[in-house]
Write a protein that binds this ligand. Sequence first.
Ligand SMILES: Nc1ncnc2c1ncn2[C@@H]1O[C@H](COP(=O)(O)OP(=O)(O)OP(=O)(O)O)[C@@H](O)[C@H]1O
Length: 322
Amino acid sequence: MSRSTGPVSLAELERRAAQRRDGGGDGHGRDALVVCDRLVRIFTADGVEVQALQGLDLLVGRGELTALVGASGSGKSTLLNILAGLDTPSAGAASVAGFDLVTMDAAARLRYRREVVGFVWQQASRNLLPYLTAAQNVLLPMKLAGGRVPRRERAGRVRELLDLLGVGHCHGRRPEGMSGGEQQRVAIAVALANAPALLLADEPTGELDSRAADEILTALRTANEELGTTVLIVTHDASVASAVRRTIAIRDGRTSSEVLRRAALDEHGDEVLVAQEYVTVDRAGRLQLPAGFAERLSIRDRARVALQPDHITVHRDDSHDA
Ligand SMILES: Nc1ncnc2c1ncn2[C@@H]1O[C@H](COP(=O)(O)OP(=O)(O)OP(=O)(O)O)[C@@H](O)[C@H]1O
């Protein structure tokens, strides 16, 4: 049976494009909270183009607590800024909680930033207004978002959030009267004020000692487990990256590999976290070998592959060895 080959209307083309953007075309990311599909971000500086994101694919499910790692300049902050609604991609698709980050208009962008996403920056001073108390800092986003948290519930929610994150004692203090770790935990409360679906944290432990960093990680974990917030943390801190269930590595503007950890019982019956490394397979079927693996086996330019019944083998190219 032949299909109609007549001209396709503009409305139909737009409908199909919207379906692709929504992930509806082939079901890509339909259940995920964060969907990035072949995301590209090109910056131009002094006439030179920098491809900060080079076709990045990423799916993050609702309720996940995930760390994002990668060398300096690999594109982590660029991705976070796009997910925060502060920047727009040059090409590709990105959506969070059904908000299309590429096409949303100014009003939707404002609503998105106030109600759907919360952000914690590395510099504590950037997260809090210095002349407001902790309580006033947490209250401010609720006031700005209007009716999302009803007026009569706001004071109670401020206290609950500060207590939940272990900084109830900072309620009436200004940032100058708090430690760096306390400031960051209050910053997390500010980011959670309007019950966002997604909490983004860019190096939240970067300026802290290891004890304060542990407290921040505990606070982020509490937000994730108690409030159900999906949390994405950019970090260079190995202790943070290894303490979450999923760590995604970005290399040259693409997601390249992941470590997934799950609880298992050891031979004594004690619970241990078992880590397993995965590589990302993008929508075109491309994967990047972990850099260490390729170096160790001197795999360059091309590799010999063979399909086995339940796995694929990858060997060094030995076609010139004879
Ligand atoms: N506004 C900009 N203009 C020009 N180039 C930019 C801009 N922002 C980022 N870049 C470039 O894009 C690339 C990715 O930068 P990005 O800040 O996302 O990396 P990163 O992984 O967050 O690095 P770091 O860990 O050092 O913060 C880098 O080459 C950077 O120089």
